[in-house]
Design a protein around this ligand. Structure first.
Ligand SMILES: [Zn+2]
Ligand SMILES: [Zn+2]
Length: 168
């Protein structure tokens, strides 16, 4: 059977992974067939889906999200049942507490909520590391950055000291 030839690109714009709903920054991840993927692993799923579609087989993303990505992500984050039920209730506006009942419209929302939890945790961890090292979390202790030249080079968070303590 003939396969459509395609070219894959690194993302030219920031986007969201079709599979796990992770934020994909500009120049990261893979962009193909109009779909953004965060990693090689999720790009392979897109290739499989693309081939399946050509073979006219059903291969929905949201079923993978519901049965695989969401449960795995919950395990990775170590969320307890009560927390999960609370999230599902929020997303389904009280319809259900069960992941298995999530619809195709709700699975990406659930993944985004899980990413938010992960991002918050990572950010707290990062801030605490900077605090311990007495290093400004914004400029990473540099006191400023060339990327801020358009406004002013000096970091407004630490006033150029590069220290965590905010005594400017
Ligand atoms: Zn992904
Ligand atoms: Zn700073």
């Amino acid at each position: 059977m003939a396969r459509m030839t395609t070219t894959t690109f690194t993302n030219r714009y920031a986007g969201t992974c079709e599979y796990c709903q992770a934020h994909v920054a500009k120049d990261q991840g893979i962009y193909t067939w109009g779909v953004t993927c965060c990693s090689d692993e999720h790009y392979k799923l897109e290739v499989a889906r693309h081939d399946a579609r050509i073979d006219e087989r059903d291969h929905d993303i949201w079923v993978q999200q519901r049965d695989l990505f969401i449960p795995n992500f919950i395990t990775e984050l170590g969320l307890d049942d009560a927390k999960v039920a609370k999230l599902v209730t929020k997303i389904t506006e009280g319809r259900t507490t069960n992941i298995a009942d999530l619809t195709s419209g709700e699975t990406p929302k659930m993944l985004r909520e899980l990413h938010k939890i992960q991002d918050r945790r990572n950010n707290t961890k990062r801030i605490n590391e900077h605090k311990l090292a007495n290093r400004c979390p914004r400029c990473e202790g540099q006191g400023g950055a060339d990327k801020w030249n358009a406004t002013q080079w000096t970091c407004y968070e630490c006033g150029g000291s590069g220290k965590y303590s905010r005594s400017k």
